[in-house]
Ligand binder design. Structure first.
Ligand code: PLP
Length: 297
């Protein structure tokens, strides 16, 4: 599934540092830390008619990630909210928009790994594009289990939403070669972790299961689904899940800001049962919750 290019995105304005630039002029320095080491943190945000979904939770995760990486000169929350507002206003965007918000460690005075050569604070990038949810949520997606494992905290803690995405990109290449929509990634012990860009859930005998967030990203949408289950007395269990359990479950779906809730209809050539009423109920609960959780920046 390759996204189509929306021609309106040719004309967008992009926030870099402390102001907006036309798309062609939006650039960062070759001395920026994200160029040299992928040294940045990010959030994917979705704009609905009522505002940005769960913006407060996304900003909290961004600040936690920056703190964990000991970033210095982090912009304030009001600076970021103001930049988000200015970007959306300049592009006349109030729905059907995806924002990639990146915070890099900023410019180095000379190339090198040492953060002490970063002396001018962080660089904020706000890339807002016209973009519908990436997956066809009616049709669902097919996935392929990658040989590339998702990081665990011994190597790079997935609690940090960082830009070191090469293991996920390698997994995605494998699923492309296999002709599937996304890569399923296991953790270091061989249990299911998540897809290359979304979290995973399964339903079995009326209960919802999702992998413990040891190796997967603690996704904001994942958290919302867990919350909705708890609020609606739907049994939800976080545990280690094996591939065999997934293959024989009643329903499997993935979650993320970029795709909302998407059924997974095939894993490694095994057809996955669909038409599970509980999945449809969760989708409806999520859609109904959107207006209450959208926040104007
Ligand atoms: C690896 C990975 N897993 C899951 C997700 C979904 O997280 P969220 O629900 O916060 O968008 C993302 C989103 O960036 C991701 O990169």
């Amino acid at each position: 599934m390759l996204q189509e290019f929306d021609l309106r995105n040719q004309e967008i304005k992009i926030w870099v540092g402390d102001r907006l630039f036309d798309r062609a002029e939006a650039k960062i320095s070759v001395f920026d830390s994200v160029v040299q080491g992928g040294d940045a943190v990010w959030e994917g945000l979705r704009v609905y008619a009522g505002g940005i979904m769960l913006l407060d939770r996304h900003l909290k995760r961004l600040f936690d990630s920056a703190h964990a990486l000991a970033f210095e000169g982090v912009p304030t929350e009001s600076f970021i909210r103001n930049a988000l507002r200015s970007t959306l206003v300049a592009n006349q965007m109030s729905k059907d928009t995806h924002i990639r918000l990146t915070l890099t460690r900023g410019n180095k005075i000379t190339s090198g790994m040492d953060p002490r050569v970063n002396q001018s604070g962080c660089c904020l990038i706000i890339l807002a594009e016209w973009k519908p949810p990436v997956y066809d949520n009616q049709k669902g997606i097919t996935v392929f289990t990658s040989t590339i494992r998702r990081n665990n905290p011994a190597f790079l803690d997935s609690k940090i939403h960082h830009n070191n995405l090469l293991n996920n990109i390698q997994a995605k290449i494998q699923s492309n070669v296999a002709g599937k929509d996304a890569a399923l990634m296991l953790d270091y012990a061989g249990f299911v972790s998540e897809l290359n860009g979304t979290n995973i859930f399964m339903i079995k005998n009326g209960k919802v299961f999702t992998p413990s967030a040891d190796a997967c990203l603690h996704g904001i949408t994942r958290g919302m689904i867990i919350q909705l289950c708890q609020e609606n007395n739907i049994p939800i269990v976080e545990k280690n899940i094996s591939l065999t359990e997934l293959y024989s479950s009643d329903s499997v779906f993935c979650t993320g800001t970029m795709g909302e809730l998407t059924p997974i209809i095939e894993i490694d050539g095994r057809a996955i049962r669909t038409a599970e009423p509980l999945f449809n109920r969760l989708t409806l609960l999520f859609e109904k919750a959107i207006p209450a959780y959208c926040i104007q920046p």
